[in-house]
Write a protein that binds this ligand. Sequence first.
Ligand code: HT7
Ligand code: ZN
Length: 889
Amino acid sequence: SPTIYRHDYQAPAFWIDTVDLTFDLDPAKTRVLNKMTLRRNPDVPAQPLRLDGEELNLARVLVNGQGTSFKLEGDQLVLENLPEGADPIALEIFTTCNPSKNTELMGLYTSEGGFFTQCEAQGFRRITYFLDRPDVMATYKVTLRAEKKAYPVLLSNGNLLEQGDLEDGRHFAVWHDPFRKPSYLFALVAAPLVAREQRIVSRGGKEHLLQVFVRPGDLDKTEHAMQALLQSIAWDEARFGLALDLERFMIVATSDFNAGAMENKGLNIFNTKYVLAKPSTATDDDYDGITSVIGHEYFHNWTGNRITCRDWFQLSLKEGLTVFRDQEFSEDLAGSPSARAVCRIGNVRGLRAVQFSEDSGPMAHPVRPDQYQEIANFYTATVYEKGAEVVRMYQTLVGRDGFRKGMDLYFQRHDGQAVTCDDFAQAMADANPDSALAAQLEVFKRWYSQAGTPVLHASGSYDAAAQTYTLTLRQSCPATPGQPAKQPFLIPVRMGLIGRDGQALPLQLQGDTGTPLLERVLVLHDTEASFTFADIPEAPVPSLLRQFSAPVWLELQGEDEAAQLHRLAHDSDAFNRWEAAQRLMMAQAVSAVQASEMPAQVLNASTLDALRAVLRNPALDAAFKQLVLTLPDELEIAEELDSVDPQRIKMVSEALCQQVAHALAEDWLSLYEAHENTGAYVPEPVSAGRRALANLALENLCRIARDSGDVVWPGKAYQRFKDASNMTDRMGALRALLEGQSVLAQPALERFHALFQDEALVLDKWFRLQATRNDLDGKVLGQVRALLQHKDFHLSNPNRVRSLITAFCHANPGAFHRADAAGYVFWADQVLALDGINAQIAARLARAMDHWKRLAEPYRSAAGEAIRRVAAKPDLSADVREVVSRALQ
Ligand code: HT7
Ligand code: ZN
């Protein structure tokens, strides 16, 4: 399929002002009458109207009420003879489509006896012919007609104008959305649902109705979602002065959904995973996920819907900004500095695991990509998570108040428009004219145009005679596809210096007369710069990139282990304390992988002592301890290596886990005893941290039992699994049994299935646990294959596919990368099978092979063969073709 280039952007030849849609909903043949008013764009030379359409049956086209000539060219409907001049044109198009056959889940589709839509990015063209691009914004009126008994709830965007009964057991509803919007924000739902409702009065005195629609049996799992929505509304008003602009805000949950959720104006559609929760079915992570996704979609109402993207290359304008906003929301809710740091560490771990890895592979692209074949492939960690880091850097550079000023100016200038990342950058700079951002805006904007993760090389030198410390920062960035050489980035480096006694040293840059600070932000905007600090009485330990102030790899040149240990013990920045532990462990894990012979122990005694000290430190929270003791995993270790032998990494990772389990045995025991009783379940950070630490301790105790033949701890874990009053504890105990390779693991899995066979989201967990279990005996692939035949597995349900197949291929490297190539054969078979059902889900799975060229033999040759087999399928979707052809380049 053709490549689309950012530089080819042209304004549309026509504007669409109003859209009046009438749907006669029927699963096999839905009829859609689309009446639009259009006008020519006077800024663009006269040309035919080309409307996008896909999988539609066209029945009739009328222009100003008269029949007209038209052509179908590929997927486009072309009208060459529209009236000249500036007058509005009435265009009427009548089509039909088949929602029940729509397994791609884009456009209008059926799921569990209801109709749902997904239009971003290009799903609206599967509903009717349209200028399906985000810069064409119209107001919509929508009439829905459907059988009343089967589809009692009829919803679309905006306000309900009218509803009533029709003949033959059908009924109707008419909705009107007063806000102009692009087609990707259109939505409809017709389904047998019930709603949790809440009426609120906003600060301005306006009344709003909030509704969360779910299947009747799920109403008892909607309390947390409603709470999260209320918190989101309050937060956006308080932090950014942004109020809910709709009379009605609806959330609808569906179990067949390609992504997490969708911000359709006033009618958000969600994957059930991000709505439904009760203590017996959802873990702490699930509760947190719901809070952040509800926040994310709600925040889109301003950053995405009120101000949208001019074209899809600007996707990060709304996604990066909205991820940043949802991260800030979660941090503000978490409250204490320590709980905030735990949030930040979680986000950075995710960024490094997925985005840094993307940046070093064949799909690397800038935050604002320059080209794509299939836009759905660019809903990536780079656009979302790296985009959020770019927005965070604005805030780091101009401060929280300056950021708020920038946001205010952005809304003042662009409310109601479709704009670009440049417009956002300009608003931030103009609102903060004296900042480093404004001074170096063009350099800063390279974060949007250059792919790849920069490396920040830092070295320090202490001059005892002059009592100065000079920090030299230098940057480089590896080549990425299509970008062999990079220009310097603007890198804000939040930093401090730690004295020998562990205290922060006052920072006075030479020549600077201001009051010394204990922490400051240095700005590197050239390839290299040095910063000299005066009045430094002793050689300090630098603490750089605090709070992870820029999305870069940090290399601390010439730094010894003692400095890392010093930071781990004393850094006032919790992020960098955690980071110090990770670096210590990672360096030793990498040495063990690279050693000619596998060392008896992976970690040295001083590292173990430092980890023990963290566990025993009464001043640290349980959640932080759990994060520090979460060891680098196989994927993280692989990311550090040029040549990857997955089985060797698996061996080292296993040895590392066993060593930490045994070396800290006493601590695991006392921690488990101190934290096992987590009391009545409340989804909040302090007790969640206690549950996480108890689960980690139990897992380690079961690992120890595995080597010693002890049956007591597996027995206790089984008991805890059986008696657990919440899903976090139950899953923790089950995972401990699996990690401990206990004979009780299988009966526990069976019991789990029996208990939760009617809970789809819990069954997803059941599949995922088995797909990602530690593969000590090489049996996991066989079990995954067997699970494909399980009565509860369906290839057409994205959540199930992600839980079993995608989880296995992406998140269980030790089981997937087999010397006999069976993992790769499985991958190719599944990508090909899924490609005919749901190309977006297939393409995501296809990306499990992104890093095949870094694999050692025999993995590399076998992986290449599997990729070529997929690429050879002649009618492969554009989605999968783009992924595999980039991998093979
Ligand atoms: N803006 C939404 C993106 C989305 C999506 C993209 C492609 C295919 C299906 C999709 N469902 C939702 C989600 C968000 O970022 O909020
Ligand atoms: Zn989003």
